[in-house]
Ligand binder design. Sequence first.
Ligand SMILES: Cc1cc2nc3c(=O)[nH]c(=O)nc-3n(C[C@H](O)[C@H](O)[C@H](O)COP(=O)(O)OP(=O)(O)OC[C@H]3O[C@@H](n4cnc5c(N)ncnc54)[C@H](O)[C@@H]3O)c2cc1C
Length: 396
Amino acid sequence: MRRALIIGGGIGGLAAAVALQRVGVSVTVFEKEPAIAEVGAGLSIWSNAMLALRRLGLESAALQHGSIIERVRSVNPSNVELAVTDFAALGERATAPSICIHRADLQRLLHDAVTASSLSAVETGRECVGFFDAGATVVAMFKDGSREEGDLLIGADGIHSVIRKSLFGHEVPRFAGYFAWRGVAHEAGFDLPAGEALMMLSRGAHAGAFHCGTDRIYWFLTCNASPGAAAGSPCEARAAIMSQIDNLQVDFRALVDATESDAILRNDVIDRPPRRSWGRGRLTLLGDAIHATTPNLGQGACQALEDAVLLADAISRDTSTEHGLRAYEDQRRARANDVITQSWRLGKLLQTTNPIKVWLRDTLSSTALGQKSTDKLFTRLLCTELPSLKPSTASV
Ligand SMILES: Cc1cc2nc3c(=O)[nH]c(=O)nc-3n(C[C@H](O)[C@H](O)[C@H](O)COP(=O)(O)OP(=O)(O)OC[C@H]3O[C@@H](n4cnc5c(N)ncnc54)[C@H](O)[C@@H]3O)c2cc1C
């Protein structure tokens, strides 16, 4: 039986472990943190990723913890409707709904699925510092001096991946020119009909609100800034958010009021420009480690879930581990790289401060042409096919 070493116990690493165990590969996930941390805020998991969760046997559980997104209503700061995108109809075409789920809930579901199988394990407190190719195997090296040997190694260690750095050298992530505040409000007095998500497009900022499980609303707000601009204390962050949303006709204040200051996250929006090469020999990369994207399409974790299914499928089909890894990369590269490019462009449009561009953006989005182009983009992203995972008949 083949043994896979996965570096990183985030959404991508855990999903890859579930997928590989389903095709009969033994897996160990090595996570540097002392425990699988329940961090993050809401994640939109669009139809394409729900299909991936179906292949992992986790679609129903995700549905139980999340909230279905039937439509996204876009408004301007005066709360005038610009467009409505029908995700219920897109979900029917894609054969899976879209949801918003707390990242911690999704991570727990994946973690439980990994640890429920005798084929896989998660080891925390194991920080990988590098690897070497030993010919017939690959060896991961850890900070404590220990080593682990496997047939394949998957770098799922996020945007600052050490595995990626060992492969391609030091590359600084690309700063998009803005940051995002995020939070999950509990029982907020915010008027958001069931099934509806809200996007507010402003000049140099945008914001969103999504139902995210029972009595919870996930919200975010972006702000243009220079790289590394100081985050400030939680109270300063709350004050800065309040001053930005003060004049809005959309009552985001109710959401921020219903969120603990300490639970408000602030992230510089960064990505990795598309890459042609994803791996070498018995090693490949997955998730943010190779295709970190700006969050404007809400596809980062979704693409990692697609990676997981197609990686396991390729490994199960190919008699050579190395060929299987290259087949996975060939299948995933164009789509994941397209998401990076489209999301980056969308971010520029959403964050523009040019009044003419803002007017054009808002005017166009409410026309039939604008809605057709949104529908075309989301059809391409959401309506995809993913193979069912079957136990492998291939040997090393
Ligand atoms: C503001 C914002 C909003 C977002 N919204 C969405 C959304 O709505 N929908 C969506 O699909 N995506 C969204 N994303 C993107 C999504 O969060 C990421 O794409 C996804 O979490 C990436 O998962 P990953 O497993 O690849 O990486 P990570 O989640 O970063 O996990 C990497 C793991 O590796 C571990 N690790 C790192 N280095 C080592 C090491 N040396 N040894 C061992 N372990 C290590 C880390 O501790 C971590 O647990 C958003 C991102 C941001 C910033």
